[in-house]
Design a binder for this molecule. Structure first.
Ligand code: DC
Length: 222
């Protein structure tokens, strides 16, 4: 079984790149950010004050999150409802960033994340996969890009879907999330010591996917 950890800041293209690489290699792709988003969404739905860690921790025992794979696509179920689309809103993103700094939330999701790598070859993306979730991963990649190019890509993504997108607002949100994710005391965003750093600022999507595949093939001797 091969496990690949891909960590990096918001908007670096991790999910698109990891999904494509997993498809090519026949691995399962696990998007761990979706789990934090589901916890955030659950707080929004239940009017839980996310700035009060004790209140967020208190509803965890009643939070039922399940992950299923349909045709290789990950779907996230919250209390039995498929929330895979709902968790993508900007509000859910910001909420996820706040709740992910709560130690009880991270602990709550740890075993679930590890369980995927026990029975499948996986590419798992997140912030702390190589450092905390899968410290013995076969391959660790830290994927990054400048905040400006990440914001630009996000704007294009939203516009392609016909959604409103303001570059300045998105850039500001990305910088706030970077700040939250990097400076929290628990499982902060940082490259694992044994990770390969890949900066995609000047790469096209196709070049980024090819780079990731060749890093995996080389490191895992495939
Ligand atoms: O990758 P994403 O944007 O969907 O992640 C949403 C939030 O969840 C992000 O602000 C950081 C957090 N997160 C985390 O703390 N650890 C992970 N392994 C994945 C995501």
């Amino acid at each position: 079984m091969i496990s690949v950890a891909i960590d990096g800041p918001a908007g670096a293209g991790k999910s698109t790149i990891a999904r494509a690489a997993a498809e090519k290699l026949g691995f399962i792709y696990v998007d761990t950010g979706a789990l934090y988003r589901a916890i955030g969404l659950n707080c929004i739905k239940n009017n839980v004050d996310i700035n009060d860690p004790a209140k967020v921790a208190a509803i965890l025992p009643d939070t039922e999150i399940r992950v299923v794979f349909f045709n290789g696509e990950q779907r996230v179920l919250l209390g039995g409802d498929d929330v895979s689309e709902e968790i993508r809103s900007e509000k859910a993103s910001m909420t996820a960033s706040v709740v992910s700094a709560i130690p009880e939330v991270r602990k709550f999701l740890l075993d679930l994340q590890r369980s995927f790598a026990k029975v499948n070859s996986v590419i798992m993306d997140g912030r702390d996969i190589g450092t905390v979730v899968l410290p013995n991963a076969s391959v660790k990649i830290f994927l990054t890009a400048s905040p400006q190019s990440r914001a630009e890509r996000r704007v294009n993504q939203l516009r392609e879907k016909g959604l409103e997108a303001d570059y300045e607002t998105i850039l500001k949100d990305i910088m706030i999330r970077d700040e939250n994710d990097t400076n929290r005391s628990i499982a902060p965003l940082k490259p694992a010591e044994d990770s390969v750093l890949l900066d995609t600022t000047k790469l096209t999507l196709q070049q980024s996917i090819e780079s990731v595949i060749s890093i995996i093939k080389e490191a895992a001797a495939l």
